[in-house]
Design a protein around this ligand. Structure first.
Ligand code: GMT
Length: 374
């Protein structure tokens, strides 16, 4: 098939899933065309069967903004006509789903459309009043709609008037990429001293990630375990977190790493991952930790219970129950056998339930159905 994939290129779950999917499809021999503002951060150059089409902003003195949505729509039309695309898959509905629909109306080559809803495109951004009807319209116009958890599907049914069935295809993980075998003492030593346990948190530090609970639970943990909190990523709440660390007098035990392109080099060195988000349609971070044999302590909201098996691969609690989270972390960090058993169970679960081969096959079946319905 000739497949177009429209995604956000920056560091984040939806672009990552789109990239992994495209690479999986290319491995099967399909021609995959990524259409995005810049090269998705995990998309290497010169990959067989993979093409990257950059969306150039439209600059004209009359316009105050670069008309990105028009530029994207025009690029989808151009790629569809030039390569005779069979299907265009929009990851994250805003603005990709509507641009894909418009491109389909304009293009002289007819292609099927698939939209994957990733989370904040319907729970946060998608709830924005002016955007809501556009989002609902484009979701309904897609030939097929998928989302990443059963929770997320139910959310869409309850909050949007959706006329068609939504298929759940869970996210997936490459177990070679995310592996305990990548744990490296040299990397670990850059983050913590030998006698410190490493608690890791990976985030875009937006309010829904509940950064405050990370710091408070870690502060409670420090009363029982010698540990270091390593924070990967950047975002608007970073400064608040830094001042909270200073206020609690724990700044020497917390390392802010900033954005890293290769989370897989850091995660296997962690002893436990904390993720107390208020919203999480799935949480790639938790799945990545599981693949690296790192037990997780997280909130129990949205799609998380579909990923984490409580008491088996990690522990879940109410997002603001910092006492429970500190207790769970202490339980993991003070009992190395438990840490190992849970870690192994996590990787096993990732291999069984979130396997790339199975998920790529599910998306392919979805494309075939979309083509037959277009
Ligand atoms: O978590 C974010 O804020 C980023 C967002 C994204 O679009 O990259 O992540 C969403 O999609 C990921 C991939 O499907 C999911 O693993 C995340 O749980 C989801 N985030 C939310 O629902 C808040």
């Amino acid at each position: 098939m000739q497949i177009g994939i429209v995604c956000h290129p920056s560091i984040g779950g939806s672009g990552l899933v789109a990239t992994q999917l495209g690479l999986g499809l290319a491995k099967l021999g399909h021609q995959v065309h990524f259409i995005s503002q810049s090269r998705p951060f995990k998309l290497a150059e010169h990959t067989k069967n993979v093409h990257f089409h950059s969306v150039e902003a439209i600059h004209y003195p009359l316009f105050q903004d670069p008309l990105y949505t028009f530029a994207l729509t025009a690029k989808i039309v151009e790629v569809a006509e030039r390569y005779r695309l069979d299907v265009v898959h929009a990851h994250y509905s805003i603005p990709h789903s509507l641009c894909t629909y418009l491109a389909g109306e304009i293009s002289t080559v007819k292609f099927a459309t698939v939209t994957t809803i990733h989370g904040t495109d319907v729970t946060v951004v998608g709830q924005d009043k002016p955007l809501y009807p556009l989002n609902q319209f484009s979701i309904n116009k897609s030939n097929m709609v998928t989302t990443v958890s059963a929770f997320q599907r139910q959310y869409v049914y309850e909050n949007f008037e959706v006329e068609k069935p939504i298929e759940v295809i869970h996210n997936f993980i490459d177990l070679d990429d995310f592996s305990p075998a990548k744990a490296a003492p040299s990397v670990r030593r850059t983050m913590a001293s030998d006698d410190e346990k490493i608690v890791m948190h990976v985030s875009n530090f937006r309010p829904i990630k509940n950064s405050e609970a990370v710091i408070t639970a870690f502060h409670l943990l420090l009363k029982r375990v010698k540990a270091r909190l390593v924070l990967l990523g950047s975002g608007p709440d970073i400064e608040v977190m830094q001042s909270r660390c200073r206020l609690l007098g724990i700044e020497q035990q917390v390392t802010f790493m900033g954005d890293v392109c290769h989370v897989e080099d850091y995660l296997p060195n962690a002893d436990c991952v904390i993720q107390p988000s208020y919203r999480e349609s799935f949480s790639m971070v938790l799945l990545e930790a599981m693949a690296c044999e790192v037990p997780t302590v997280s909130s129990n909201i949205d799609g998380i219970p579909e990923v984490v098996q409580h008491g088996v691969t990690g522990f879940i609690a109410e997002p603001d129950d910092v006492v429970a989270m500190a207790d769970y972390m202490a339980d993991i960090l003070l009992h190395s056998e438990k840490q190992q058993t849970m870690g192994r169970a996590g990787r096993l679960s990732a291999a069984k339930r979130f396997n790339p081969d199975d998920k790529v096959a599910e998306y392919l079946a979805c494309y075939q159905q979309a083509v037959s319905e277009a």
